[in-house]
Design a protein around this ligand. Structure first.
Ligand SMILES: [Zn+2]
Length: 412
């Protein structure tokens, strides 16, 4: 995301009012440092603001780094070197040659290795006193709350909007602070989101950009060293939060432009109408983030080519009594609110895990729909792979049906 995309919650520093405040340390000090640790951390210990107590707090801290990629690399390396006692690393990916231009925690010999394992090995090499916890999995709605609850602080190094909103929502729901960073080409941003003391990510960006509007680093590129600039801000903020020194970047957005070599700190207000952390929240639990962000996998996009119908076509098929099996792949609560007449409910998860495949009819064409056409595309890829070659899905889903065919139905 570029600096130009910064939205309306940003206010000029001059009119923002109030000053950032220091916050109490996030963790209690560990009982003691060993002689080896005193030797290792001596350059920290002689800083009066850190001193032995600050180093003991770092030793007692549990920090999770989401992603061992561009931002996760410098973050994990410096958090390890700084003496953070427990470092979690979560990543489901493996090291690719194209990662090495910026993901400096991995090396040539790590190509093909799980990133979480490769990163953990580097952390142990940097500092053997760190307890590394490897989460070699993808963060999802089923595990995010359980994993986050094991840590004091989260460092978000994710590169996609679906995970970014999930990280934010889980952190807010658990009352935990997290340090966010984002990079693209020559531009970077960083902030600390902690709903109890300031805005959350949704206060700044209430809605994700439309799918395809903001290219990822894989599509648009990133200057490798930009990761170090933003990752070092993230680690600095993490250490400040853990030890309670300085003024954390809560309510502040750091915007870095490598070409101009400028850092601008912009104040960000908490949005009283924020759907998550505002006065009357409408989001009280985790949501379907792929659906929310319109993220479609490559498989789903491929499956949808030539196998997508409009709601107008579906309406004609239904009127003509075409022998189809109309399947709603949303969740039961959504199906209760509104459905296309003649449909049956099979939640997407039951299709993806294969349990519902045996119940699908072989003698009729499958027509899948969801709310907006994202989840149905994922389900479409699964049923086509299972042999239902003529299956199609409905563009725009039930939302398009309500808009274009039957506005008397409730929209949600
Ligand atoms: Zn918020």
């Amino acid at each position: 995301m570029t600096a130009a995309a910064v939205l309306s919650r940003v206010v000029p520093a001059s009119s923002a009012g109030g000053n950032a405040v220091s916050l109490p340390p996030l963790v209690e000090p560990a009982p003691e440092l060993t002689v080896d640790e005193v030797r290792r951390y001596s350059r920290h210990l002689i800083i009066p603001d850190v001193a032995v107590t600050g180093q003991k707090r770092l030793k007692n801290a549990k920090v999770l780094c989401v992603g061992a990629g561009g931002l996760g690399s410098p973050a994990l390396m410096y958090l390890a070197a700084a003496g953070v006692g427990t470092l979690g690393v979560i990543d489901f990916d493996t090291v690719d040659e194209s990662n090495l231009q910026r993901q400096v925690i991995h090396g040539q010999s790590d190509i093909g290795r799980p990133k979480a394992e490769s990163a953990a090995a580097s952390v142990r090499e940097i500092n053997p006193y760190v307890n590394v916890i490897i989460h070699n999995t993808s963060l999802d709605n089923d595990n995010v709350m359980e994993i986050f609850s094991q840590y004091d602080l989260i460092v978000d190094g994710t590169d996609n909007f679906a995970t970014r909103y999930m990280v934010n929502d889980a952190a807010v729901l658990l009352g935990k602070p997290y340090v966010w960073g984002s990079i693209y080409r020559f531009d970077g941003q960083a902030s600390v989101f902690w709903a109890e003391h300031g805005p959350c990510y949704r206060c700044l960006y209430p809605e994700p950009p439309p799918p395809g509007m903001v290219p990822s680093c894989a599509e648009g590129g990133v200057l490798g060293v930009l990761c170090a600039s933003i990752g070092s801000i993230q680690v600095t903020e993490a250490i400040k939060l853990l030890t309670g020194i300085g003024e954390p970047l809560v309510g502040g957005l750091m915007v870095y432009d490598a070409l101009d070599m400028t850092y601008r700190k912009i104040k960000v207000r908490k949005d009283p109408n924020c759907a998550l952390c505002g006065e009357n929240p409408t989001i009280t639990g985790l949501i379907d983030y792929d659906d929310f962000c319109g993220a479609v996998s490559d498989e789903a996009a491929e499956a949808a080519v030539g196998s997508t119908i409009t709601v107008t076509e579906l309406n004609e098929w239904l009127k003509a009594d075409k022998p189809i099996e109309l399947v709603d792949v949303r969740e039961p609560a959504e199906y209760e609110i509104v459905k296309i007449p003649g449909s049956r409910l099979i939640p997407k998860g039951d299709i993806l895990n294969g349990s519902a495949l045996a119940d699908l009819p072989q003698d009729r064409q499958l027509v899948l729909y969801c709310k907006s056409g994202i989840r149905s595309a994922e389900a479409l890829a699964a049923v086509k792979a299972a042999g239902f070659k003529d299956a199609v899905h409905v563009q725009g889903g039930v939302s398009a049906w309500v808009r274009q065919i039957d506005p008397s139905l409730p929209a949600y």
